[in-house]
Design a protein around this ligand. Sequence first.
Ligand SMILES: *Cc1c(COP(=O)(O)O)cnc(C)c1O
Length: 858
Amino acid sequence: MQPLQIYSVIPKLPTALQPLWELAYNVWYDWKHEIWDFFSQIDHALWQECQNNPVLFLNRLPQPTLEELAQDTFFVDRLHEIHTSLREYLTTSSEHVIFDHARTGQPVVAYFSAEYGLSHSIPIYSGGLGILAGDHLKSASDLNLPLVGIGLAYQHGYFRQYLTPDGWQQERYPVNDFEQLPMSLVQTEHGAPLLVHVPVKERSLAARVWRINVGRIALYLLDANTPENPRELRDLTSRLYGGGDEMRLQQEILLGIGGIRLLRQLDLSPDVIHLNEGHSAFAGLERIRDLMRDKGLPFEAAKEVVASSSVFTTHTPVPAGNDRFAPPMIREYFQSYSQELRLSHEAFLGLGRENPSDEHETFCMTVLALNLSRFNNGVSKRHGEVSRTMWRRNWPQYPVEDVPIGSITNGVHISSWVSRDFALLFDRYLGSNWREDPDCDRLWRQGEAIPDTELWRTHIRLKEQLVDFVRERLKQQVLARSGRPREALLAEEVLDPAVLTIGFGRRFATYKRADLLFRDTQRLIALLNDTEQPIQLIFSGKAHPRDNEGKRLIQKIVELSQSEECRHRLVFLEDYDMEIARHLLQGCDVWLNTPRPPLEACGTSGMKAAANGVLVASTLDGWWGEAYKSDNSLGWSIGRGEVYDDPEYQDFVESQIIYQLLEKDIIPLFYDRGKGNIPREWIRRMKKGLMELVPRFNAHRMVEEYAKFAYQPAHTNYHSLSSEDFQAARNLASWRLSVAEKWGSLSLRNVRAAEQSEVFVEQGIEVQAEVYLDGLSPEEVRVEIYAGPLNPEGQFIRRTTSLMTSVQVLEDGWHLYKGTTKPAESGRFGFTVRLLPHYPLAMDPHAVGLIRWAVQGK
Ligand SMILES: *Cc1c(COP(=O)(O)O)cnc(C)c1O
């Protein structure tokens, strides 16, 4: 039987308790421990049952409890206090210094991401990328950066994992009831749901919009599940990374194009957009279309404006991981759209191709993003290098180090990931500013003052909590799997808080190599069961639904964990998510990370571990490559970050290294107990991690870097290019076209230096060259000496560049240039000369993508 009418019944919150709604509808509760605890103290069991979702929790509190609370003056006073702190947080006037110009209250930056990890009860994330986006918003909020977030509202989110009795991963997709989550439907002024429309083939797709308050930041999520759409389109935003290519393309159209349309409909006009991964790259096209239509700009000029004010962060060091679409599909979807951009189909497709004239090349979202953004970055130093190499075809003739992709190393939002107990320690010994100012070195240096015993006791308490948590979870999962309560009871015997505990939690992607520790099971079993100095392991993670290899790996670990030899000391926890991550990262002794270099773009879980005094043992990849110290004082490295030709062999070697590290270093250090039966040296390293890693690898530092090196200059660019009704942009575009036209005829000859074969370190070498400019003025080019030490093959190992200046006009459009270069070290040294275009508003000369090198013998 179908109901005739449906209502949402909500509790009648007494007036005195009304502020509870405001607390519940702001994700601030996720990192403001007082609010979380306040909810929990109302009804701990219900708070757990509701998975710490405050909206569901309030909706389910019995009416008598509410009435009772309203009568409790202590409770009401405390509510008032907490509510006031939220209000103060939201209304503080200290806007981020980077944008202190006009305090309009308008966002300057729009941040686009396909997923967000904000809190474990809001399941619209799959892994690191989403958590990073969530942490970015949280830090932007704390820093009061004028930023707005854009994403998609997935009805089923990412899958939840459970295992069959024989350990095989199954996926389920529970429905997210948005009405019961801390998000609210955005309405028009007439009270109807606001709808955004985007074109999908000949049809128009409608999307409703949900708003989540992330502290001071508004995050808007587009949701295709609305009655205006035909049935088959309503499922478009059903799953995160679900469906095939076509669904992916449609989702990305909604995210990118729909996101920009939404901002317009909300009357928001951020100057800068930040694409967190290529999924949202269509946003750039939509901005171009707007500028063409509203300002009458030609495509090229609009593209200059958009690219100069766009920031793109790439996260995927594997070519196959980057979204690519077949040209016919793009053609089908963007037929009329490319007409609006006044582009031929081939020109349109060229925007997503490394070689625009290769008509067989697929359309790649990363290439599109690179073409439509001037601020491109990878997420660790090493990943920056990997990305420059990976995408160098986009900048032909470029030396790899000049490919304009930089790096900003990821960070984590400290208050979100640090345990309450450690937060209290920090409050006591560092002062309460560590929350606002986690990137301040001076503050973390005070960590030295935390007494060893206090730090250790706190850690042990967290470890005990972890053990309790694991036993409880394990009990539930065994019960669900086997239905036999007796088996479930065994869960109460697993793990021992006194034993060295190693945690591993992440996606079971092949390159992460969760199996490295299981290569030699006998050796592992011996370590687990050592009578004097045993270890124990907690593993957790999801394999991609189509990744059978990953699933087999999980099965292998589960099987082993059920064997008599390992039962007490090895646990696999189902359904890895932010909640499990928090427990693990706060309560382990060692956090193990084993990606195969160079495939981990950054990795962030180890940073969360460090903030909780957990020591990291990791391959030298991603962030660990820049954090690790060779004296092991901050943790251990597994190998030296090399890339082997034979991955099988590499896995073997690195698994041997782990066993050795454990046997020779980690285990003895942990069990080396001095006075008071505590491991002094271990504790010293815990502190060192707090003092040296936390101030660097946190999201405040990361967001500040984006603000300083990308948002701020992008914002300035937008203003310069839009001045005089975008005349500056038109000028830049026509300059670029004319330079591109002439570039082929430019030329260099008679490149010369003083005839001597020996020079001293730091002795200047005078270089001169004649340059043919074909009517361009010397101000429109940069002539550079490109010099540096050479390897035995005669190739540059490193290079410096020095500018040459035009000293004389020769006949027929030739100019004489001179400059000096200085070798900084002894050894073989060489130089050449190159030519780059130069235009003040184009900022980075490499952004134009044109270059010309001196040719030998001319
Ligand atoms: C931090 C985190 C990640 C990312 O961790 P990596 O080290 O980058 O693999 C993934 N999932 C969850 C739940 C996390 O908290």
